[in-house]
Design a protein around this ligand. Structure first.
Ligand code: GAL
Length: 677
């Protein structure tokens, strides 16, 4: 077995996209090579959906077209990210193994003619996937064009949970190795409730749709099991490739856009972290969601450079309203990912497909051809990324971390919660947006992860919080850190059981309060709060209040209306050398900024507070800082940064104007002091 080679395998910032030449005649490939060179493309992902072409019959491989393609790419100086095509098994596979088809929670058997793997637990699928991955690695492990391996595609999308017999059997084995005894399982799942107690492993099934709500602990374990099964599939292919090939191996995560996988779990198994991100067209501030995705991806990479493996040049084709990007938006979006640590900027896809389900999806080379705004911007972006090649490997640092826990999100999203209006990812986004607007760069951490490098840790919507995580946060504060916790956090433990001592009990020492009762609000009811020293500020919450059982915390804000009127809404508590803040209602980003202003003081953070819609992030090189300024507004904005704009060659000093929608990458004249992280 060989060990993984280092990234970067591409010099400078890698640039390109998914390339599916099998959809086009050979002449088009030659045109593609010329146009890719014109656009500065140096890296493409190939073969991701090519299983039926590579293995047209079981065990019969046809590699000639891929030999030709990889040679052609190499001759043109373009590296390949070679996919294993296991997200889309061929028709022969399903004909031979009809029982390997996925069954949905509702009991529907998934048909063919789309994409999505077969049952992740079916032995025939696993065997066939490893066979094709191995065959590819044996043939191309030493090919000079191949710079990286790309396993499967977006694990968990479109297929996550599988209720087929193969999956149910694997779930039982998973439960046996997790719990060892039925007594332990019955206890963890609380099966005394509704008479669910099990006396035989064979009686346990997957949590399929039932007459009423299914045991939440069972559903949570099924989500964990699903994640484990998907990861086992990844590892099996990865290990098969590693026998023959030394290039780094990755898969494309969907950091905050698909929630099937436990991201931290995967990060430890990948040689380099790669992510796909698509703007939510309905969100007018989609660029803030993008920044969140990029920060989360960088955090999964432990701060090391990462790869943006897919995003779109303009509209996608799978949202309710597929809004086209406005001029220069594709450049701003790309540069945001780059600013937040990506050393590769890639799109889905190079050439727009004429046929099939994705013909209305944008591409680097659109249906309109080269005489189009999108292609001109693609060429411009290639030049820009070429101009910042020296920044490769530089890193972003943050003083603030936010917790991210996929398992808590899974748990909170189950049925019969106190209010359907509370969505964990909305809360995460609101807290993130407040920090973004203040110009504060944020990392993400696992609740039980290392917090020691941060001044402030934000805990939005961590409904499920283990005792170990609570101790981690409390210890961080005892040693001088500041923690800010949102409503509806630390309600349950890892089995979705309410914490002994009640809601928030594990954080009582940190926050100086627990929750006596949740007070969800009727639709449309507002929860005004008077906040600040002389109640000078009024904040506007909604959806939720809590009746807090104060145990030492200082009251910073009081409810002005709603069932909690007159009671504590926002609290601050001294613990050891640090502080714990608690916000017991839902607030929007602008109101949260008022609270953050005080929280920063406790944390010793001076927020840069840039002009509205100006995004500034610093990448730190070994001897040099690079300041990336992105103007998301329709007006020119003033920027204060001295150095050379690598995109134009201009020398900048003092205050200067960044044009509407423009981007600058400044090699800083000197490392910024304080606040410049
Ligand atoms: C991604 C997927 C690509 C393509 C793209 C379209 O989720 O990996 O293959 O379908 O969406 O936006």
């Amino acid at each position: 077995m060989t060990s993984p080679g280092p990234w970067p395998a591409i010099t400078g910032i890698a640039y390109g996209g998914d390339y599916n030449p099998e959809q086009w005649p050979r002449e088009t490939w030659l045109e593609d090579m010329a146009l890719m060179r014109e656009a500065g493309v140096n890296f493409v992902s190939v073969g991701i959906f090519s299983w039926a072409l590579l293995e047209p019959k079981e065990g019969l491989f046809e590699f000639a077209w891929l030999d030709d393609l990889l040679d052609l790419l190499h001759e043109n100086g373009i590296g390949a990210d070679l996919g294993t095509p296991t997200a889309s098994p061929p028709a022969w596979f399903f004909a031979e193994h009809p029982d390997a088809r996925v069954i949905s929670r509702e009991g529907h058997v998934m048909g063919f003619g789309s994409r999505g793997m077969a049952s992740h637990s079916h032995p025939a699928y696993r065997e066939a996937a490893v066979r094709i991955a191995s065959a590819l690695a044996e043939r191309y492990g030493k090919h000079p064009a191949v710079k990286m391996w790309h396993i499967h595609n977006e694990y968990g999308v479109p297929v996550g949970e599988d209720y087929s017999p193969a999956s149910v059997a694997a779930f039982r084995s998973w439960l046996q190795s997790t719990y060892s005894s039925l007594d332990a399982l019955n206890d963890a799942w609380g099966t005394a409730f509704w008479g669910q107690r099990y006396e035989d492993w064979e009686h346990i099934g997957a949590p399929a749709v039932a007459p009423s709500v299914v045991n939440p602990a069972q559903r949570l374990d099924f989500a964990r099991f699903t994640d484990d099964q998907l990861l086992e599939c990844f590892k099996a292919e990865r290990d098969a490739i590693r026998v023959h090939a030394s290039q780094p191996i990755t898969t494309n995560l969907m950091a905050n856009q698909s929630y099937t996988t436990d991201l931290w779990h995967w990060a430890g198994e990948m040689d380099i972290i790669a992510n796909d991100h698509y703007l939510t067209a309905a969100d007018p501030n989609g660029h803030i969601g993008l920044a969140l995705a990029a920060d989360l991806t960088r955090s999964l990479a432990g701060g090391k450079p990462w790869i943006l493996l897919e995003h779109s040049t303009s509209a996608v084709n799978w949202q309710p309203r597929n809004v086209a990007k406005r001029p220069k938006e594709l450049i701003r979006n790309s540069m945001q990912h780059y600013a937040r640590g990506a050393d590769a900027v890639m799109f889905f896809q190079w050439r727009a497909s004429r046929k099939g389900a994705e013909k209305f999806h944008s591409a680097m080379l659109p249906h309109a051809g080269t005489n189009s705004r999108v292609f001109r911007e693609v060429v411009d972006l290639g030049a820009k990324l070429g101009a910042v090649a020296e920044t490769q490997g530089s890193r972003v640092k943050a003083d603030v971390a936010m917790l991210w826990d996929s398992v808590s999100i899974w748990a909170q999203r189950l049925e019969w919660r106190p209010s359907e209006d509370v969505e964990p990812t909305d809360t995460i986004r609101a807290y993130y947006e407040a920090l973004w607007r203040d110009g504060v760069t944020t990392d993400f951490v696992h609740p039980e992860g290392d917090l020691s490098g941060y001044r402030l840790v934000v805990v939005p919507a961590t409904y499920l919080l283990t005792r170990a995580a609570a101790e981690n946060l409390t210890e961080f504060a005892r040693k001088g850190g500041t923690v800010l916790v949102s409503f509806f956090s630390a309600a349950v433990d890892e089995h979705d059981a309410v914490h002994e001592g009640g809601f928030l009990a594990p954080l009582k020492e940190l926050l100086g309060t627990t929750v006596e009762e949740y007070l969800p609000l009727r639709e449309g009811v507002r929860a005004g709060i008077s906040y600040g020293a002389d109640a000078a500020v009024t904040l506007d919450g909604d959806v939720w209040q809590e009746d807090l059982a104060l145990a030492g915390a200082e009251v910073k804000g009081t409810y002005l209306a709603g069932p909690g009127v007159g009671k504590a809404a926002i609290t601050r508590n001294q613990v050891g050398e640090g502080t714990g803040w608690y916000v017991s209602t839902r607030l929007g980003a602008e109101d949260l900024r008022q609270i953050f202003a005080d929280v920063y003081k406790d944390a010793g953070i001076v927020p840069p507070n840039p002009e509205r819609d100006l995004e500034i992030v610093t990448r730190h090189g070994d001897n040099q800082d690079f300041v990336i300024a992105i103007n998301h507004s329709d007006d020119a904005v003033a920027v204060n940064a001295a150095g050379t704009n690598l995109l134009t060659g201009e020398e900048l000093a003092g205050e200067w104007e960044l044009g509407a929608g423009d981007v600058a990458v400044i090699r800083a004249a000197a490392a910024p002091e304080g606040g410049g992280r």
